[in-house]
Design a protein around this ligand. Structure first.
Ligand code: ADP
Length: 455
């Protein structure tokens, strides 16, 4: 049974059910039908007996039986007796004489042994001038059997026919209803075999559960495809980023080994190698963080953090970095803002934003860092008057390895902002960027993060 296709199972179940219902209905019909046939036959017998009465007259001291009084008509045998039970007229089937079966007024009886059994109906009445007369009607019971047998024969043909039609119909309906499931399985099979994640079931519009299953499957494949592509891009970008410092290290070492004559040459080569190695190490640290974050395994502290205090010290450190570029850091930090979360990650988030505002800031410009409470949220804003971000890049800066202009990124990998976004979201918050150069007040960027205030 388990190996049968589901459409056959459904068709079988339907057919069985239908056969049961139809048989029950037929059975009920037959039993009502039988009762009706018997009732109608008995009524015929009673009518024939009652009519016989009007065909008998008493004239001039004689009983006169009209010609219309047939002693055998439509299977009914009629016989007339006097009160003593003597046959006056008609035909009496063997075994049904009053001596054998006493007369009994207006009572339907069955007499004789099957197959020669009869319905018997007697009627007593007063014939004017003569006195009591009895009319007995006898009708073979098998006359009802024939009518009933015809009904049975009809049933015997109709019942199997109905079941065959029902079985074919339910098989057809089940295969139609399950056709989309076949399509789903086929698509899944194709994806498994060919690895082409762009395949979709595309059942189109439809309201039933199977259509919504197919749509869910398609949506899931869309997400999977997106995730895989992101993963592939990330790996290829990371390899690319690692290759550059690696080839610099190799070429520096080769050069030093072949050409470095003096201590100074060697030193210069080593310094360059050291710088590239630091770059690589920093990139590897970044990659590790993302790999952990993606695997959901990044350790996240959940301690009470004084965000105001952290923000002030980040601003102080940023001021030191900014001094080299004559950038002024203005901090406007509301005191006593508390949050639950990971202190190290929160510092990293604010530092990345402030570092960018200096890195991409204007020589001699200003970087403003504000932190305040707003409708139960802690809102941080980092604003600079630097190079700004063109609208076509504003959404993309959150993607890993995305840099608007590699040459101005100062050795950055394009991983700072994705980490900011990850940290904000991991704390139940969000972050957004805009460039405020549209007003004509000079270019600049503003980054706003919002974190839920937790006690
Ligand atoms: P990077 O290490 O390159 O700074 P980020 O992820 O921090 O990487 O930033 C991605 C890109 O977004 C940067 O390369 C830069 O082009 C742009 N960007 C980030 N912050 C600013 C800012 N304050 N002003 C202008 N551009 C910015």
């Amino acid at each position: 049974m388990k190996r049968l296709p589901i459409k056959i199972k459904i068709a079988l179940l339907f057919t069985l059910l239908m056969a049961a219902v139809v048989s029950a209905a037929m059975f009920a019909l037959l039993s009502v039908g039988e009762r009706m046939v018997v009732g109608a036959t008995q009524n015929d017998l009673i009518d024939a007996v009652a009519e016989g009465r009007s065909e008998i007259e008493y004239e001039h001291g004689d009983l006169d039986f009209d010609d219309d009084l047939k002693y055998y008509e439509n299977g009914v045998s009629l016989s007339v007796y006097n009160a003593a039970g003597q046959l006056l007229y008609g035909r009496q089937p063997a075994g049904l004489r009053p001596s054998e079966l006493p007369l009994s007024h207006a009572e339907m009886r069955i007499a004789g042994e099957s197959p020669r059994s009869y319905y018997i109906y007697d009627m007593e009445y007063q014939q004017e001038g003569y006195g009591a007369l009895w009319i007995r009607g006898a009708l073979p019971t098998d006359s009802t059997d024939t009518a009933f047998a015809a009904l049975m024969r009809l049933t015997a043909v109709i019942l199997p026919l109905l079941i065959v039609i029902g079985a074919a119909g339910s098989y057809f309906a089940a295969s139609r209803a399950l056709a989309p499931v076949r399509k789903i399985a086929q698509t899944a099979e194709e994806i498994t075999a060919g690895g082409d994640l762009s395949k979709r079931i595309a059942l189109g519009e439809g309201k039933d559960e199977i259509y919504s299953l197919a749509a869910t499957f398609d949506r899931m494949m869309g997400r999977l495809q997106g995730a895989f592509e992101k993963e592939r891009r990330f790996t290829s970008d990371a390899s690319h980023e690692l290759r550059t410092p690696a080839s610099v290290i190799i070429s520096q070492c080769e050069y030093a080994l072949d050409n470095a004559g003096s201590q100074e040459d060697l030193r210069a080569a080593l310094e360059s190698v050291l710088e590239q190695a630091r770059q690589m190490s920093s990139l590897i640290a970044h990659l590790l963080s993302f790999a952990r974050a993606d695997a959901g395994g990044m350790e996240m502290g959940d301690e009470a953090v004084d965000l105001s205090g952290l923000a002030s010290s980040v601003a102080e450190q940023a001021a030191e970095l900014a001094a080299s570029k004559s950038i002024r850091v203005e901090a406007d930090i509301e005191g006593g803002l508390l949050i639950r979360g990971d202190e190290t990650l929160l510092i990293r988030m604010m530092w990345n934003l402030l570092e960018n505002s200096i890195k991409y800031g204007r020589q001699g410009g200003v970087a403003r860092f504000a932190l305040r409470r707003e409708n139960g949220w802690i809102v941080g804003e980092v604003r600079d008057d630097g190079i700004g971000i063109a609208p076509e890049h504003i959404e993309k800066i959150w993607e890993r390895f995305y840099r608007v202009d590699e040459s101005r990124s100062g050795g950055g990998f394009g991983l700072g902002l994705p980490m900011v976004k990850y940290i904000a979201e991991a704390h139940g918050g969000s972050v957004s960027a805009s460039s405020w150069d549209e007003g004509g007040g000079g270019p600049g960027s503003v980054f706003v993060f919002r974190l839920p205030q937790k006690k």
